[in-house]
Ligand binder design. Structure first.
Ligand code: FES
Length: 141
């Protein structure tokens, strides 16, 4: 495992997103409220470039005390990235799909060291992604 410099933290847009190439692996880096997260740019559904999708506030249903719906509203606390292939949405803070807790983006370690943004990929990441791309597709329930 090697920590790779990807830029200055202060130069990163906040809120913002960049997709960077790290040792042959596409990584999506997100910033919201000054907090950084990073994920492999591989959708758990069918392998699409999820981190390059539209960034949108999560849509939540407001529920009254009597359990009736008060309609939909944009969340002030959660931001999602929507995969450009089929629209699955994932929270950029946690990588989790909001409707299926078993689905999540694979996190990448990111840290700020002396003002520099550094990501660390486990050994064999590129090979693991390549193997997955060659495997038969499977449906996600
Ligand atoms: S590949 Fe991402 S939603 Fe299908």
């Amino acid at each position: 495992m090697q920590s790779i410099l990807i830029g200055k933290a202060a130069a990163f847009p906040n809120p913002g997103r960049k997709v960077v190439e790290v040792e042959g692996v596409s990584v999506g880096v997100f910033c919201r409220d000054g907090k950084f997260t990073a994920f492999e740019n591989v959708c758990p559904h069918m392998g699409g470039p999820v981190c390059q999708g539209k960034i949108i506030a999560r849509v939540e249903e407001l529920i009254a005390e009597d359990k009736t719906s008060l309609g939909l509203a944009f969340s002030k606390d959660h931001t999602n990235v929507a995969c450009p292939w089929h629209g699955y949405e994932f929270d950029i803070a946690t990588g989790r799909h909001q409707g299926n807790p078993r689905l999540r983006l694979r996190p990448v370690t990111i840290e700020v060291v002396d003002g520099d943004l550094r990501v660390t990929l486990p050994e064999g990441t590129r090979e693991r992604i390549a193997r997955r791309r060659q495997a038969p597709l499977r449906e996600v329930d």
